[in-house]
Design a protein around this ligand. Structure first.
Ligand code: FE2
Length: 182
């Protein structure tokens, strides 16, 4: 059974805003470090831009919360393991990226670990139902998270050197092609 921790919505929005911002910085740094081939640099840049949009969305949600606290869940439960991975990434990613062993495959692995965290579940739980008028904001965020997981899987299949990571990406792709083929 997964251990869960409770967070107030403002606290959770602060943590998630910090995560999206840190992901933006991480992908920006990675884009500068791995510039070859051209396709991979464009890929990292586009992830960085999307994370910047996400952090703006979280900032917007924080303002909405201040004006309409009743539309949000007061307390949100999050898996302890998800939250500790998020906190660990925020604390250690800077150090990891500066490590000399941090190659393209390690960057793809780190991105894979990040993008497969259950952040969409967290965003889903922040809003009390019925979710109007926040539906569009949250749905945009969730769709965008799904879209860059798709593009990350494609990048791993093209550029990763670790068979284990490629295998994980293939397994994940099999789960979303089920939805796409419908
Ligand atoms: Fe994001």
């Amino acid at each position: 059974m997964n251990h869960k921790d409770s967070y107030s919505t403002p606290e959770l929005l602060r943590i998630m805003g910090g995560l999206e911002l840190r992901m933006n910085q991480f992908y920006t740094q990675v884009a500068k470090k791995f510039t070859e081939p051209e396709g991979i640099r464009i890929f990292w840049d586009s992830l960085a831009q999307q994370e910047s949009v996400h952090s703006t969305i979280i900032y917007t949600l924080s303002n909405m919360y201040r004006n309409n606290p009743g539309m949000f869940n007061e307390i949100v439960e999050v898996d302890y393991s998800t939250m500790s991975k998020i906190e660990d990434f925020i604390k250690t990613s800077e150090e990891k990226i500066n490590n000399e062993d941090f190659d393209l495959n390690a960057a793809l692995q780190e991105a894979f670990d990040l993008e497969t965290l259950e952040v969409n579940d967290i965003y889903d739980r922040i809003i009390e139902s019925p979710r109007e008028p926040f539906l569009a904001v949250i749905d945009h965020l969730i769709e965008s998270e799904d879209a860059h997981l798709n593009s990350l899987v494609e990048a791993i299949l093209e550029y990763a050197s670790s068979d284990k990571l490629i295998e994980k990406a293939k397994n994940l792709r099999a789960t979303f092609s089920v939805h796409e083929q419908v």
